[in-house]
Structure formats: C-alpha cells, structure tokens
Design a protein around this ligand. Structure first.
Ligand code: ZN
Length: 282
C-alpha cells in the first residue's frame, strides 16, 4: 500500500516536472492576500516570503485586519507587496464598517503614507450597505487618489458603486464569489473599469480538472481583466498556500500560454507594477 502510494506520488511528481519543463512554471501575481493578526505567530514575515518563493509568487496585493499586517510585509519587502488599506480594525468588521462614523478619518490618516494602491478588501452584502454616506466618501477617496476598491460582493453592490461614482476602478474579489461566469462576463462587458480576481473560484472554473467552457469564454473575451488570487483569510490557508496557487495553475495550463500569462501576472503588473521583480518582466 505504502509502496503503491510512493509509486503514485513519483508518477505525479514526474508528470508535474514534465509539465513544468514543457511550459515553464508560470509566475503568479497573487491579487488577494491577507496577513491578519492570527497569522503573525505561526507565519512570521520571513516565513510568508518563503512560502511565496516556494509557490513561485513574486508579488502580491495585501490587505489585513488590522492593517499593521500589511505594513509589516510592505516594510520587509516593498518591491513585493502592493498595500491595500482595509477599513477593518478593532470593533469595525465586515458587518458594520459601512456605518462606521470614524471611517473617513481613519482611512484619510492612513492613506497619507502614500503607498496604498487601493481600499479593501471590504464586504458589501447588499445594495443598501453600498449606499451609506461612509461608502460614498470611500468612493471619493478612491477617485481623488486614483486607487482601486477591492470589493467582496455580488453583482448588485458593484452596480450601485458604479452608479454612485462611474470613475471608480474596482477589483471584484472572487469574481463575485457566487455569481456565475455569464454574470461575470456581462458585468465586465458593461463596466470598463471593473477587473476581477478569481480566489475561491478554481473549483467552478476547472471542475474535474477540465476548464469550463463558459469561464474560458469570459477569459477569451476579457483577457486583460482577470487576475489570480488565493485569499489567505484564515491562517490555515497559509499552510496550503502552494496548493492554492497550484490549483490555479491547473486550469491556466489549459489556456494558450499568452492568455495564461496575462491572467497569471501580466494584467496585475499592468495595473500595479512589477515592483522591479525580475520574474515578472520580459
Ligand atoms: Zn473575500
């Protein structure tokens, strides 16, 4: 039994090496990482960078609760971390941030650091939570500074945000999480300033290891609007970080190499820069 497992593992390893040799391992720009307080003990900053190295991830978008996690990563390797400012902190959560009376002051103060490229990732559960004065102020801050909003929501709150402020640039987390590929496709058709990352969607994109034709059609129609994400929202996901990236490489490999490269890193580099990481340059 053990021997059979070893043979199977060896065959799999050889297959992986074969595929990597045929194509070269795609570098991945991970557009959805969190480094929350619970992660700091088990995964000190140096360990996080080791995990990124091992997974072939030269650059990430990071946001954290509290924001200090993002600052620690950015301070350690500024060329590798694109900081996104999260509104969440003590007492301010996914369920109440959009009504937080202190929100504008908090965000404005931290944005003074100058290195944040977005506000998020934040949750909007319905169109009404997207319609508060606090959220309106967030849209103004984003436009004033030319930075992104990283939004976890269904399609309706995204429509509301663009109705409030059409000049927004939105990175739609999890491709809408539970929205099907055709809804994603029509949202990208309608909103030219909407991009997406597909954390949590590998199972839907690649059921049974074969890429779904509806998803493939979205990627082909919008080759410059999709990015990869993992979403390390709980500590256990750092433990499986390389597996999460490999899950995405499993469907990327089924696409023509130029398209796979755009989704894996070129789109994110075009929006957020390479941070002078050689792996992401020509
Ligand atoms: Zn999310």
């Amino acid at each position: 039994m053990i021997q059979r497992a070893i043979v199977a593992a060896t065959v799999m390893l050889l297959a992986t090496i074969g595929a990597a040799a045929a194509q070269g391992r795609l570098p991945v720009f991970d557009a959805h990482v969190h480094y929350g307080r619970n992660d700091w003990g088990p995964y000190p900053v140096a360990k996080v960078f080791e995990l990124l190295d091992r997974a072939g991830v030269p650059r990430v978008l990071a946001s954290s609760t509290p924001d200090d996690g993002t600052v620690m990563l950015h301070r350690a390797q500024p060329d590798r971390i694109v900081p996104i400012l999260r509104p969440y902190r003590a007492g301010v959560t996914s369920g109440n941030w959009f009504n937080d009376p202190d929100l504008a002051r908090y965000l404005e103060e931290r944005l003074e650091a100058g290195y944040y490229r977005g506000i998020g990732e934040f949750h909007l559960f319905d169109a009404s939570s997207a319609s508060t004065p606090q959220v309106k102020r967030v849209t103004e801050l984003a436009v004033e500074r030319g930075i992104f909003l990283h939004v976890h929501s269904g399609a309706e709150p995204i429509r509301r945000l663009f109705a409030i402020e059409p000049r927004l640039k939105i990175l739609w987390a999890h491709a809408g999480m539970s929205e099907p590929a055709d809804v994603l496709g029509s949202m990208l058709d309608q909103h030219k300033q909407l991009w997406t990352e597909v954390s949590f969607r590998a199972g839907s994109i690649n059921p049974g290891g074969i890429i779904d034709p509806l998803w493939r059609a979205v990627f082909e129609r919008h080759p410059d609007r999709v990015m990869i994400g993992t979403d390390t929202y709980v500590t256990s996901r750092w433990g499986d970080y390389e597996g999460l990236i490999e899950e995405h490489r499993g469907w990327l490999r089924q696409l023509p190499r130029p398209l796979a490269e755009r989704i894996a890193f070129r789109n994110a580099v075009a929006l957020f820069g390479s941070g002078d990481r050689a792996e992401l340059q020509e």
